[in-house]
Design a protein around this ligand. Structure first.
Ligand code: TYD
Length: 139
């Protein structure tokens, strides 16, 4: 869960022409990439995400600018800074995530292991806590 969330440094092949960063599915990240989307133009005080996913895993990369990602599994919380184009955060399934503190030039690239399916999103935090405590055998 939170302890499975981690920063990944991607291979860089920059030269005197500029930078090039490589992210290969199932090689640099632990899943095949089925979906790509990106978030930009979010104000500094906006909180995005605010959900968990039953199945999808994600890697988030600030390919420009900076943001923060807060992860939460109902027990533990951790905050990650995304501030370099060759660093991503891996988010396993069933982790609650908030993305926030976007810089003005932030472009947050999101790689996902699954196609979009609204039904696999948990968007109510109390429901999420119940699901997690059940899965821990607490209920
Ligand atoms: P949302 O999940 O709120 O974005 P985020 O959590 O990343 O801030 O998505 C915003 C809208 O876009 C919502 O109506 C669902 C839709 N959407 C898709 O249709 N496909 C997608 O792959 C994603 C991520 C969102």
């Amino acid at each position: 869960m939170v302890e499975d969330c981690r920063l990944i440094e991607f291979p860089q092949k920059g030269d005197d022409r500029g930078h090039l960063v490589i992210v290969e599915g199932n090689q640099d990240i632990p899943f095949d990439i089925k979906r790509v989307f990106y978030i930009y133009g979010s104000d500094k005080d906006v909180i995005r995400g605010r959900h968990a996913n039953y199945h999808s895993e994600f890697v988030l990369i600030n390919v420009a600018g900076t943001s923060k990602v807060k992860v939460d599994d109902g027990k533990n919380r951790k905050i990650f800074n995304l501030d370099r184009p060759h660093i991503g955060i891996y988010l396993p399934k069933l982790v609650w995530k908030d993305m926030y503190d976007f810089s003005e030039n932030s472009v947050l690239l999101c790689l996902a292991s699954e196609h979009y399916d609204a039904k696999e999103y948990i968007r109510d935090y109390d429901t999420y806590l119940e699901i997690m405590s059940k899965s821990r055998g607490e209920k």
